[in-house]
Design a protein around this ligand. Structure first.
Ligand SMILES: [Zn+2]
Length: 501
């Protein structure tokens, strides 16, 4: 099935170069059937479900950046044209950018509350690939037919470890699984759980090694071996943070690069800057070098100088101040917005909850964003309006602050990091991702239409549940989810992103 897809793809490219307007295609039974329709002749014009007129269409794959009209029918892009199109519904996109919908590979919050903010930030597909789940079938069943945007999940090593150690599976481990080494029998049990979930279409394998510091190097290798057998990328929160040796983030990346080299599993390092801190440029250099030697390694970052995590987790074990180079005052309690002291830290460490960790500098964030290796991924989660502003604001913040105001990166480069690169990361295991992250004939009609002059984030650490401004229209699988900046009621066009099973 790979081969015809590649050929189709090449054919489309040739078409684009040779013709002024596109000849629409329909794909039937895996074959290519060219429709003999003259798009230049208005008398035979097709009426599409939805047309998007006069927008500045930017497609990172073909590097198109030009005013075009799009015709969409049955959830797919059917034509891209310079000529007028007719549709049952019409969007006038004059003065607006029409981009492939943004694909967030790192979004923990996977419910209506979170997806409302994601949609208004331009995200059309959000996947929970770092923490993942212990029960892929149940996870997808819970969302089917009820989701605003497309959703997907990995098989989680954390969940497998908690289950193998016979403790309740929570978001992040705080019991035995956070504290002790696994027996050989438990490692075998974890492998079997990952395998079972991969057989049921898990998109990837997720790891949070810093949350399970007693997981041996052999345990991690064993999990990578399972991922490699299924062509699944390993999305890993690394074992160590910061620059301090031993146990630096450089050493942690060495562990993962060797696991990828030994097993053949693709590797995706999550939030490289929040783990790396001052060592971030070194980590990016190492990833680039590993890629040049043929390893399939990718990474991601988000545009904020603080991370957020569970205060009860192993990240705050003895010595965290030295690891991150910060103190109590650099922690902000998500529930109230207060900065912590030794006393309040110890109190909350007992009760548990989310805490923002101000451990990065603006220079590190900009360096990570500008580097061609990084994709954009939010690491977002909101619960009853509380959480990190990255959930609601990541994509608009990049397009507003870092592209328009600071000129830190170009619009095309930013959109490439938000659309094409995340789609490509998953294509080997999930071939349907070849139809996302692009604006081309035959691609899924997941589109984000925004005003490049006004797009901006409004969420803050004090008030994270503020929707972004400037995203004017969002189309998911051909359905209008956001219209003139407003979420539409009673539409749930999101579908599962899942590996074939
Ligand atoms: Zn993480």
């Amino acid at each position: 099935m790979q081969e015809p897809a590649t050929k189709r793809h090449k054919k489309h490219k040739r078409q684009k170069r040779s013709a002024n307007s596109f000849v629409p295609f329909v794909l039937l039974c895996g074959c290519l059937v060219a429709m003999v329709s003259a798009v230049n002749s208005s008398s035979t014009a097709e009426v599409y479900d939805l047309v998007i007129l006069n927008g500045r269409v930017i497609d990172p794959e073909s590097k198109t950046d030009a005013v075009r009209n799009l015709g969409i029918t049955n959830g797919k892009i059917k034509t891209i044209s310079r000529t007028q199109l007719e549709g049952r519904n019409t969007i006038d996109a004059h003065g607006l950018v029409v981009s492939p919908g943004f694909i967030d590979l790192h979004q923990h919050g996977q419910d209506e509350e979170n997806f409302r903010f994601k949609a208004l930030d331009g995200v059309t597909s959000a996947l929970e690939l770092e923490v993942g789940t212990g029960d892929v079938d149940r996870w997808y069943a819970e969302r089917e037919g009820k989701s605003l945007i497309n959703y997907g999940v990995s098989a989680g090593h954390l969940a497998a470890r908690m289950a193998a150690m016979k403790e309740p599976v929570t978001f992040l481990p705080t019991g035995e699984a956070a504290r002790r080494a696994a027996t050989d029998a438990e490692i075998a049990d974890m492998k079997q759980r990952l395998e079972q979930n991969l057989k049921r279409g898990a998109v990837a394998v997720g790891f949070g090694i810093q949350y399970t510091p007693q997981a041996s190097h052999w345990e991690i290798l064993e999990m990578f071996r399972v991922a490699a057998r299924y062509g699944a990328s390993c999305h890993v929160h690394m074992r160590n943070a910061g620059a301090k040796e031993p146990a630096s983030s450089v050493q942690a990346l060495e562990e993962l690069l060797s696991a990828a080299a030994i097993t053949g599993a693709p590797l995706h390092v999550v939030h490289v800057h929040s783990t790396g801190g001052p060592a971030t440029p070194k980590l990016l250099q190492m990833i680039g070098e590993a890629r040049s030697r043929g390893l399939d390694v990718t990474t991601e970052c988000y545009p904020y100088i603080a991370g957020m995590t569970e205060i009860k987790s192993a990240i705050f074990n003895e010595g965290w101040q030295e690891v991150f180079g910060i103190d109590y005052k650099d922690l902000q309690w998500a529930a109230t917005g207060e900065r912590l002291t030794k006393e309040t830290f110890e109190k909350y460490r007992q009760t548990g909850g989310m805490v923002a960790v101000f451990s990065m500098t603006e220079e590190i964030v900009v360096e990570a964003l500008k580097n061609p290796l990084t994709m954009i991924a939010s690491d977002g989660i909101l619960e009853k309006g509380k959480g990190h502003p990255r959930t609601a604001g990541t994509y608009s913040r990049i397009l507003g602050k870092y592209v328009r105001e600071d000129h830190a990166l170009s619009l095309l480069d930013a959109l490439t990091k938000m659309t094409l690169m995340p789609a490509q990361r998953l294509e080997r295991r999930v071939p349907s991702m070849k139809n996302k992250g692009r604006i081309r004939v035959g691609a899924d009609a997941d589109l984000t239409i925004f005003d490049p002059q006004t797009i901006s984030d409004r969420s803050t650490f004090q008030n994270p549940a503020q929707p972004s401004a400037g995203v004017r229209f969002v189309v998911v699988n051909g359905v209008l989810l956001v219209k003139e900046g407003q979420l539409q009621a009673n539409v749930h066009p999101g579908v599962a992103i899942r590996a074939p099973f």
